[in-house]
Design a protein around this ligand. Structure first.
Ligand code: BTN
Length: 308
């Protein structure tokens, strides 16, 4: 019910009468008032006048009821160990496609290649659970789609011009603004589910120096509502996944990357390769031209730009 009240108030720039809300929801005005009081207690500035209610300001909160038609699939927590862990348990329990776990804070936020992900309050930490009907070889396209739609979201909402570093780091002038970690469970050569975990430095001040990190706040000098970023990203990501445009994801992704044409060092679990990044294949693999002129394809690794 809060979701509907919030929708009505946030979509109107003028006063919405208690009667309109109670008729719309089919509940008493007292019930509406109780929800309004809870929203006020959560920091939403809702003015109550003789004519009705008006929403004056929205705090930087992440309640599931702030996500309109998605509310039922958003699972918001104050603190979790890692949203990846929660997502894994939910996926195993059979949650629906495109369920989302989001948390204000993670005590054991995980990064790629077993690194930790600093997860202080103010950042945006979430995992989207997908049940795509694809073979595992296609999964990299979904990660590319997430990274690319993140870049578009940050540009649309905050005016930030971010770039991508292979495989899916979101950077602004070599500082890391966001990262993506995904986890896949397969069965009989098909993806059973895929958890796409996204960490974005939004209103926090990350302290990472290797690689250096930066936040939206540090770039634009004001706070941005994380719920707005999450909503916009989910809309774009879902649209990309359900439309034909997923097939163009690699060429689209290449338009935003700063890895191609660079000298790079890539550490995989077994080897370290140095060379010129010359292409990305359709399965997401990075093609390096090594010093002896031979080509090496790398599927998974940590990439460092060694010049410029
Ligand atoms: C990276 O190393 O660049 C990937 C970082 C991914 C961090 C996000 S935050 C939400 C989700 N939960 C985690 O524990 N990790 C991912």
């Amino acid at each position: 019910m809060k979701s509907e009240i919030y929708d009505l108030l946030s979509q109107s720039s003028s006063i919405v009468s208690g009667e309109v809300i109670s008729n719309h929801l089919g509940v008493s005005r007292v019930a509406v008032w109780k929800h309004i009081q809870q929203m006020q207690a959560a920091g939403f500035e809702i003015e109550s006048t003789a004519k009705g209610y008006i929403l004056k300001s929205i705090p930087d909160t992440l309640f599931s009821w702030q996500f309109g038609k998605r509310s039922n699939k958003i699972h918001a927590f104050n603190e979790v160990s890692s949203t990846m862990e929660k997502a894994l348990a939910m996926a195993k329990d059979g949650c629906p496609n495109f369920s989302v776990v989001v948390a204000e804070k993670q005590t054991h936020g995980r990064g790629r290649l077993n690194r930790a992900w600093q997860s202080d309050k103010g950042g945006l930490y979430f995992t989207v659970i997908l049940k795509p009907d694809i073979p595992p070889s296609e999964a990299a396209k979904i990660n590319f789609a997430a990274a690319l739609e993140l870049v578009h979201t940050l540009n649309e909402l905050c005016g930030i011009r971010a770039c991508l570093k292979w495989p899916n780091d979101v950077l602004v002038e070599n500082a890391k603004l966001a990262g993506i970690l995904s986890q896949m469970v397969t069965e009989m050569d098909m993806v059973q589910f895929l958890s796409v975990g996204v960490g974005i430095n939004v209103n926090n001040c990350p302290t990472g120096i290797d690689p250096p990190a930066v936040s939206v706040f540090q770039l634009v000098g004001r706070k941005t509502l994380r719920a707005q970023i999450l909503s916009c990203f989910l809309d774009r990501f879902e649209k990309r996944l359900t439309s034909d445009s997923l097939k163009d994801i690699v060429p689209d992704w290449k338009q935003k990357t700063i890895t191609l044409g660079r000298r790079v060092k890539v550490k995989t679990t077994r080897n370290t390769y140095e060379g010129l990044a010359i292409d990305i294949e359709n399965d997401g693999g990075l093609i390096l031209e090594l010093a002896d002129g031979s080509r090496q394809k790398i599927i998974y690794g940590d990439c460092f730009h060694t010049e410029g």
